[in-house]
Design a protein around this ligand. Structure first.
Ligand SMILES: NC(=O)C1=CN([C@@H]2O[C@H](COP(=O)(O)OP(=O)(O)OC[C@H]3O[C@@H](n4cnc5c(N)ncnc54)[C@H](O)[C@@H]3O)[C@@H](O)[C@H]2O)[C@H](O)CC1
Ligand SMILES: [K+]
Length: 500
């Protein structure tokens, strides 16, 4: 699914109106209907007092149409129209005319117009949407502060007012802090970034049937990958297959006190369909891995506590390195050697990433290598980011420069590709912010690469299934108690949702 800019969304609007030969107010009606349908399912109690704040543009027009629809469904709707300049969009005016006289309306042009005491349970924010062109000031900023201080749940129409859809706001900008954002048709980049979480809240998309031809043709370098795409990518196992069909993966993992990371990665790798798995680990890990993961073959290093020597690499279809690795000098040397000599595609995580950063080995990354850093590890590799938008730029530049795939882990994990495209994930939950979940991801992606999925597909599938397993685990144990092993236990259920 494409992530579009505000400008592209406006173009989509125009194309839809032209192709369907409808007045623009009809599209607004469609948007308001879609919003109302969602709203009545989410908040079926018509006894709630609802305040609908409307700005002067089409976002405000949506608000007016929604007020009319909610009123018709017996909700108690009150409208505030905030417009100091008395300049309105044509579709705003159309919907103002259609507003039933029974709905109380307050016109707010200045602070003194503010109604005194107000008792609202829900606020719908229709001040500004994708038409925001500058920071909000004056009476608009006052209204936004007012909304943010009301003891009510706030639902943003399309976009939280004051939030730019694809660029950072200035410090101190007035922005609505929504509990929910219900957005039309296409996701906005702002929703996917941690720095905007307190404005966007939980976000949902509703379809308004924008021109399919336009949406198919429009170009973007930012995407969300959806369940449908995962369904298309995922391959069923074949009847006449054998373990050789699904590849032999090698994991280089573990050190004294960190064998758990190796075990988690190994178990996840096996649960993700790899045909054979070998784990090269320090001697201390031998008994641990043979016991914890009997399905894996264990190749002990000559050194007790950390990895010092590469095994023969010639029999593997994928090599994963990093979980629990440590950063001993001999291990650093091993990482350098691996980059220079690997015959198989690499998946690199954790301390292997830190070693690459500290030894400046980025230029030695073989083409199409997959790196799975969290933001701190990425910063070590690519330098500090000034904000989440800037980090995405650094991500694109890094992937282009080194020809690699980077899985930047976070609330919406983002995959960068050598072509400079970004793919955002929508599965997963905060329960997964716990030790070992990254090791699990390394195991999954390594298994998928060994099974001959392309690097991009391995990353997308791996990240989606990892998050889905986390969501299934949350259903069982909740977010607080969730641990990395729970993800592994739920990988089977995640794969099964795709018949695999
Ligand atoms: N395709 C869709 O998704 C549809 C969306 N709809 C809704 O329309 C808005 C966008 O409406 P638009 O009129 O273009 O802009 P806004 O209402 O967001 O803003 C109005 C107007 O205000 C001016 N302005 C911008 N920034 C400021 C500011 N900081 N202070 C004061 N004034 C400002 C500027 O001139 C804007 O044009 C979209 O979000 C949806 O809610 C349609 O209803 C259906 C199709
Ligand atoms: K809004």
């Amino acid at each position: 699914m494409k992530i579009l800019t505000a400008l592209q969304i406006r173009e989509a609007d125009q194309r839809t109106i032209a192709e369907e030969n409808i007045p623009s107010a009809a599209l607004m009606e469609r948007a308001a209907n879609a919003f109302t349908e969602w709203f009545t399912r989410k908040f079926p109690d018509t006894g709630k007092n609802i305040l609908i704040c409307c700005g002067p543009g089409n976002n405000g027009g949506d608000g007016l149409a929604i007020a009319r629809m909610l009123h018709a469904l017996d909700y108690a709707a009150t409208v505030w129209i905030v417009a100091p300049e008395n300049k309105f969009s044509p579709d705003f005016l159309t919907n103002q005319e259609r507003l039933p006289a029974a709905i109380p309306v307050t016109n707010i042009k200045q602070t003194s117009d503010f109604p005194e005491a107000s008792e609202f349970n829900l606020v719908l924010d229709g001040l500004f949407g994708t038409g925001l062109s500058r920071s909000v000031t004056g009476i608009y900023a006052e209204i936004i502060q007012h909304i943010n201080h009301l003891p009510a749940q706030v639902i943003a129409i399309d976009v939280p007012s004051g939030l730019y859809t694809e660029a950072p706001n200035q410090l101190g900008d007035a922005i609505v802090q929504a509990d929910y954002t219900l957005s039309f048709e296409v996701p906005k980049l702002a929703f996917l970034l941690a720095q905007n979480e307190k404005y966007v809240g939980e976000w949902y998309l509703v379809a308004i049937n924008l021109s399919p031809a336009f949406l198919a043709d429009v170009t973007t370098d930012k995407f969300i990958f959806t369940r449908e795409q995962v369904t298309q990518i995922i391959q069923p196992r074949r009847k006449f297959s054998h373990k050789g069909t699904y590849g032999h993966a090698l994991l280089l993992a573990g050190s004294y006190g960190k064998m758990g990371a190796a075990a988690l990665a190994a178990r996840a790798c096996l649960r993700s369909g790899v045909g054979l798995l070998s784990v090269h680990c320090p001697k201390v890990g031998y008994t641990i891995l043979q016991t914890a993961v009997p399905e894996a073959m264990t190749l002990p290093d000559t050194e007790a506590t950390h990895l010092t020597q590469l095994p023969d690499l010639n029999t593997y279809q994928a090599i994963g390195i990093g979980p629990g690795l440590g950063k001993e000098p001999a291990t650093r040397h091993l990482v350098r050697q691996l980059l220079q000599t690997t015959p198989a595609p690499l998946v690199i995580d954790a301390d292997a990433l830190n070693i690459i950063a500290e030894e400046n080995l980025q230029p030695a990354l073989p083409p199409n290598t997959i790196l799975t850093p969290h933001p701190k590890e990425f910063e070590r590799l690519a330098g500090p980011a000034s904000d989440d938008y800037n980090r995405l730029k650094l991500l694109q530049n890094f992937c282009r420069q080194y020809g690699c795939f980077v899985v930047l882990k976070g609330g919406h994990t983002c995959i960068g590709t050598p072509a400079g495209d970004l793919y955002f994930n929508i599965t997963g939950n905060p329960g997964m912010a716990t030790g070992g979940t990254g090791d699990v991801l390394t195991g999954i992606i390594t298994a998928l690469v060994a099974q001959k999925y392309s690097p991009l597909d391995a990353c997308r599938l791996g990240v989606y299934l990892h998050g889905l397993a986390g969501d299934l685990a949350r259903d069982q144990v909740g977010e607080t108690a969730l641990i990395a092993s729970d993800l592994i236990e739920n990988l089977g259920a995640a794969f099964r949702q795709f018949g695999s």
